[in-house]
Design a binder for this molecule. Structure first.
Ligand SMILES: [Zn+2]
Length: 405
């Protein structure tokens, strides 16, 4: 194994709370503290030492130990690779017409998923895998070094298992979402579909997945159905996460907390009791502003969650229907502009926040022992991710100690 130092880093985001430094201008004390902005653990004039696939050392450039190789960051900023903890990348077809219609004045409903289900069932394995790899590569080029992805466009035993088998060849973070919507084949008998999702389909899918998810929403699955689905998954060793409170108020968030789900995703329509439940739990609130952008919906209130002490993650929800972006930097810019997050908070939520939403401690930070997953920005500060929206600032991506971009 060889060692490499990346040196001459103007600003290094470590997410190592022991360093406790916030960005200049963020309003946080330079001497540290316990707030989430200080949790960014910023080091100026910094270096990172990579040994094999892990981070071995971080600190000031002048104190870096000797290594085999040396890379000069040229005064750029370095941040942890983005942890995109919510995407739907096993699909075929696209929904340009639906998007165009919606942006011409028609509302969004969960039913549009059926279009993608039909296209996905009709695709060959090779077509689905090529599409998946295309979007994983696109995400990597934009700095995402970890990506969770889900099934949910097959909705038959064979098609859901196929989606998860293909996904598991490309990522460790695979989620069984047979309960995306009630399959059109069971439109007259949703209870029979829930029985399938919790029975034969679960048996076929569990070997390929780490997580189980359900779209708990009017028009999809109600609270009782969602509880039955998630608890069945748990008995098979899958851990819960929930599409919760996206389009309306409902039981999703409370159910996620009750079942110790790793994440409640969307969290757009929350009561005070929902916010309190999240604040008093280990369940992360994963916000997906690409969905609100692409459906012209009301933004989730990140400020309210952060002020209540909720752990917040930011993710793309990349899918062909309601959020066809693989760009975490775009989501950071939206979160800062429209959801009340500071730039420091948004970058933290897209890295360490995503890691927490996947219950991982080996990614999302640049600290000794963590995987050497990091992004060199073509900018002197991570703040530029929000300050320069839409500009491709990712200039290098390192994953597991190897430069990939
Ligand atoms: Zn989703």
């Amino acid at each position: 194994m060889s060692s490499t130092v990346i040196t001459n880093i103007a600003a290094l985001v470590t997410n190592d709370p022991s360093l406790g430094r916030a960005s200049p201008g963020s309003g946080e004390s330079e001497s540290g503290g316990t707030s989430r902005t200080s949790a960014l653990g910023l080091i100026q004039n910094a270096a990172v030492v990579i040994d094999g696939d892990r981070v071995a050392w971080t600190g000031e450039s002048s104190k870096a130990p000797a290594t085999d190789n040396r890379v000069d960051a040229g005064g750029r900023a370095v941040i942890p690779g983005f942890v995109d903890s919510h995407s739907h990348l096993v699909f075929a077809g696209d929904r340009t017409e639906e998007f165009n219609a919606r942006m011409s004045g028609r509302g969004y409903s969960a039913g549009g998923i059926r279009t993608t289900v039909a296209a996905t069932r009709a695709a060959t394995d090779a077509e689905l895998e090529a599409n998946l790899v295309r979007y994983l590569t696109e995400a990597l080029r934009q700095g995402s070094t970890t990506l969770e992805t889900k099934s949910g466009y097959g909705l038959t035993v064979e098609d859901e298992a196929r989606a998860l088998r293909l996904a598991s060849a490309h990522t460790d973070e695979v989620t069984y979402l047979g309960a995306h919507i009630v399959s059109p084949d069971y439109a007259d008998d949703p209870a029979a579909y829930v029985a399938l999702v919790t029975g034969e389909m679960l048996d076929a899918c569990a070997p390929y997945a780490r997580w189980i998810d359900v779209f708990c929403e009017k028009g999809a699955f109600d609270g009782d159905q969602a509880r039955a689905i998630l608890t069945a998954g748990r008995r098979k060793g899958l851990h819960p996460r929930v599409h919760a409170n996206q389009l309306s108020y409902g039981p999703g968030v409370q159910l996620a907390v009750e079942l110790d789900a790793a994440s409640a995703d969307h969290c757009t329509h929350l009561t005070d009791a929902d916010v309190d439940a999240l604040a008093n739990s280990r369940t992360v609130a994963t916000l997906l502003p690409g969905a609100e952008f692409s459906t012209r919906a009301r933004w989730p209130d990140a400020r309210r969650l952060l002020d209540a002490g909720v752990t917040v993650a930011l993710s793309t929800d990349c899918n062909p229907g309601s959020s066809f972006t693989s760009s975490v930097p775009f989501c950071i810019a939206l979160a800062v502009r429209d959801m009340g997050m500071t730039p420091d908070e948004a970058v933290w939520s897209a890295t360490e926040g995503g890691a927490r939403a996947l219950r991982r401690t080996d990614i999302g930070r640049i600290a000794p022992g963590a995987y050497a997953d990091l992004v060199v920005l073509d900018a002197p500060s991570h703040v530029h991710l929000a300050y320069r929206p839409g500009v491709p600032l990712v200039s290098q991506v390192w994953r597991r100690g190897v430069r990939e971009v």
